[in-house]
Write a new protein. Structure first.
Ligand code: FES
Ligand SMILES: [Fe+2]
Length: 471
């Protein structure tokens, strides 16, 4: 608040409805500190230049200056549980063989032969290897990256095989994810995330989960434009009208932590401020649990006299998840059970640690077309304690015309939401290209994650190119 004028300063205004923290504070089972904290700052109101989404030269700068310096989620540990298992992670023109070389050691090799450059394993593949042998002339490498064979060594007296190791990217592990970074000089992953965001991630124990559904689709828009479609709840009323009756959209909370992590908390079981007074608590619950009012039955869940849809949903979901996972969730807060927590780990990973819909999104630019990107959604489930760890699901790859509802294992209601999210993308990409306006205008609060993200992009693309080279 500006003391002299009594007016709000930019970024201080909030939706006048009940706040996210007030909603959560009224819950029966109280939330932990990582839920009840806020971390927003005003970052400016200037338009975001549209060039970053439409200019292939900008995409090239990202490739050379940003992707080569940042920590990226390459695979889950359950993708490579045994020594010799490998997973090929591709980003732009680069490709890495992420390999478990010892029981507790994972390395990431640049996926290219040191003879004449052939890729050692095809992109987007995974499997088991006792060695990495090049298909062209048979040079091969041990799992630890040391050279195993140079065919006809007499012809290569100038090659020192003892130093012919596969070049490596850096690897760190956190939350069951394997992260890589091409930059030998980058800060470590934990420093990159910062202490507060790290404490959130550690609290979720995502290492105790595994991927049970994995869906991939190519989208017709720049990868950053696509990321932005998932960073705010501002679009819920018009893009997902079926959700608004039970989603506190305009009063969602937005935070960021340092340069590389931001989040929103979007409460469920609470009506959108745009629809205030238009639905009863029972109708909010019906909308969420049944969706289609025409199929309401007498034995549907009921809101107790004087109770709220949110509390009824939290109690019901707690019971359902306890039964499904055979675990005691009595200590887990209503908010964690119910709400949508969305974190972005710069540059391209979203983590959703909430109990009702634990997910990961990953976005990668299409290396051949700056107007397209590759989107993946992975749904996580708790790994059974004891017994063998289930294998991660193979990705279901959808074609352009296919709906997310067609992917096996996808919840149909959620598949419809993803279809709605992505139906806007081509129109937005093409609209920006034909627009007479030079930039995009952002809300100071609800769209802060987009500004925060784009400011990190700006910081990296302003750096000199750092294309990986290893002698
Ligand atoms: S290019 Fe790999 S062995 Fe020749
Ligand atoms: Fe959406």
């Amino acid at each position: 608040m500006n003391i002299e004028t009594g007016k709000l300063n930019p970024g201080e205004a909030r939706c006048p409805a009940i706040s996210t923290q007030e909603i959560i504070a009224a819950d029966k089972v109280k939330a932990p500190g990582w839920v009840t904290s806020e971390s927003y700052q005003y970052l400016g109101s200037e338009d975001i230049s549209k060039e970053r989404y439409i200019d292939p030269a900008f995409a090239q700068r990202e490739l050379e200056s940003m992707w080569t310096r940042t920590w990226q989620f390459a695979c889950r540990e359950e993708h490579i549980p045994e020594v010799g298992d490998y997973y090929v992670y591709d980003i732009g023109p680069w490709s890495f063989l992420v390999t478990r070389t010892e029981e507790n050691r994972i390395k990431a090799y640049f996926n290219a032969c040191l003879h004449r450059g052939t890729k050692l394993r095809p992109s987007a593949t995974s499997g088991y290897a006792s060695e990495f042998k090049c298909p062209f002339h048979g040079w091969s490498w041990n799992l630890d990256g040391s050279n195993r064979q140079v065919l006809c060594p007499w012809d290569f007296p100038h090659v020192d095989r003892a130093s012919l190791n596969l070049p490596e990217a850096r690897v760190e592990r956190l939350g069951g994810f394997v992260w890589i970074n091409m930059d030998p000089d980058a800060p470590g992953l934990r420093e990159y995330l910062g202490a507060e965001a790290l404490s959130h991630i550690e609290a979720w124990k995502l290492e105790d989960r595994y991927i049970h559904v994995h869906v991939q689709k190519s989208f017709p828009a720049n990868w950053k434009l696509t990321m932005g479609a998932f960073m705010e709840a501002y679009h819920v009323l018009d893009t997902h009208p079926q959700v608004a009756p039970s989603n506190a959209d305009a009063n969602s909370q937005y935070d960021f932590y340092g340069e590389h992590v931001d989040r929103f908390i979007s409460c469920l079981g609470v009506i959108s401020p745009h629809l205030e007074g238009k639905f009863t608590e029972q109708e909010i619950l019906d909308q969420f649990t049944v969706g289609d009012a025409s199929v309401l039955s007498d034995d549907r869940p009921k809101v107790p006299e004087g109770g709220s849809a949110r509390q009824a949903m939290a109690d019901m979901f707690r019971g359902m998840f306890e039964q499904a996972t055979q675990s005691d969730l009595s200590h887990v807060s209503d908010s964690e059970i119910l709400d949508c927590f969305s974190y972005t780990i710069f540059p391209n990973t979203f983590l959703f640690p909430g109990i009702s819909l634990p997910m990961v999104y990953r976005f990668r630019p299409d290396p051949k077309d700056h107007r397209r990107c590759i989107y993946e959604v992975m749904f996580l489930r708790p790994a059974p304690s004891g017994g063998p760890r289930p294998e991660p699901a193979e990705p279901v790859i959808l074609r352009d015309h296919q709906s997310f509802t067609e992917a096996e294992g996808m919840d149909p209601g959620f598949g419809r939401i993803l279809d709605q999210d992505t139906d806007n993308l081509l129109a937005q990409q093409e609209g920006l290209e034909c627009s007479a306006k030079a930039g995009l205008t952002l809300g100071n609060y609800q769209e802060i994650r987009i500004r925060h993200f784009e400011q990190a992009i700006d910081k990296y693309v302003a750096m000199p190119a750092k294309v990986p080279t290893r002698s």
